[in-house]
Design a protein around this ligand. Structure first.
Ligand code: SF4
Length: 77
């Protein structure tokens, strides 16, 4: 992978595309749903210490069903 695609890499725990259960705390072991627009169709279930180069710094979204297998929550963003 090029340096360019590595430069935005970050952890789900501090990504705005990470959606967790309504009462869940944003921690490394918390499971959630990745709601980044291009990844949404994959119903990607990721824990806080997962990550990718679509990372965008921010607070996680919340939605019921975000941690299910597969996630059943409606993307909040
Ligand atoms: S998989 Fe990537 S885009 Fe999705 S929440 Fe994690 S860091 Fe963000």
């Amino acid at each position: 992978m090029s340096k360019d695609s590595d430069s935005n890499w970050g952890l789900c725990v501090s990504c705005k595309w990470w959606q967790i259960e309504p009462a869940a705390k944003a921690e490394h072991v918390t499971a959630g749903y990745c709601i980044e627009e291009t990844l949404q169709p994959f119903l990607l279930r990721v824990t806080g210490n997962s990550g990718c180069n679509k990372f965008m710094e921010g607070k996680p979204a919340h939605g019921k069903g975000s941690s299910e297998k597969p996630p059943t929550a409606k993307p909040a963003r």
